[in-house]
Design a protein around this ligand. Sequence first.
Ligand code: C2E
Ligand code: MG
Ligand code: MG
Ligand code: MG
Length: 287
Amino acid sequence: YRAKANPGTYRFFQPAMDRELKQTLRLQRDLHTAIANGAIVPFYQPFLRLSDNSLAGFEVLARWNHPIRGFISPDAFIPVAEEIGLIGQLTTAILRQACLDASKWPQNLKISVNLSPVQLKEVSLPDQIYRTLRTAGFPPQRLEIEITETGLVNDVTTARAILTNFRTAGIEVALDDFGTGYSSLQNLRSFPVTKLKIDKSFVRSMNTDPQSKSLVVGILAMSKSLGILTTAEGIEEAGEGVWLGSIGCDYGQGYCYAKPMRGEEVPAFLNSRAAAPAPDAGARQRA
Ligand code: C2E
Ligand code: MG
Ligand code: MG
Ligand code: MG
């Protein structure tokens, strides 16, 4: 409208819009190729039991291994994949590679895969996942899935059916980024969620903001009484992990333990832990 009112600026707006549109179209086209060529790769970030700092598994985090731009963050391409209907293919590609990688690791280590909210509208989702697991010969009991609450509000019935299906197959269901967005305690009761991941923004502000700290304490107490496991994400200082463990948080994840790493780096990470076990943080034994 500004362009119309002031014709002088028209020529500036139009090329800018063209450029943006072209960029988006190029990104969409490149993403197609990237998925087909295996350029979307999994990175792995460990999560630990805070009771004894033992390794429990790895979260699978997508990266785009781009010939020019290097490793691109998922925030830049997951929304595009969702928009153009490629998220199912992307998830399958990531999961397939993660199963192949994790097959070479100790059997007690789990992998935890992020699903997009849009995928919880698709009743065929569990079968797609099981097919990939079967092809890779990977036991469902070693898989966890992470969803956000956005995925629960759209189509409640379908979302519940999908999650129940996963649970029946022995797959753990984690509610990611808990405490942000439309977090509702009701969701913990009405969906078959087995784990809750406290968003890193709480962990980050816990030391400086007494209210964040109170919320963390409250979330942990509530989860415990509901029989839901807890993970704190974004732990950057060892002391935070120790404190969270002492007030009953089950798992921890964050840069202080390790940043997300390439699959090729995991064996060395596992070896370094075996050679020098992390100090036992802990007091309590857990089931
Ligand atoms: P998320 O699932 O909540 O993953 C945690 C994010 O926090 C990751 O960012 C991780 O690298 C980062 N992180 C871990 N520890 C720390 C820490 O100590 N400090 C800080 N500041 N950050 C930490 P990343 O890898 O960039 O992923 C961003 C988001 O992209 C993920 O958030 C997830 O929602 C989404 N995503 C990643 N991979 C996939 C995928 O394969 N499928 C889907 N649908 N979404 C994905
Ligand atoms: Mg996650
Ligand atoms: Mg998260
Ligand atoms: Mg997130």
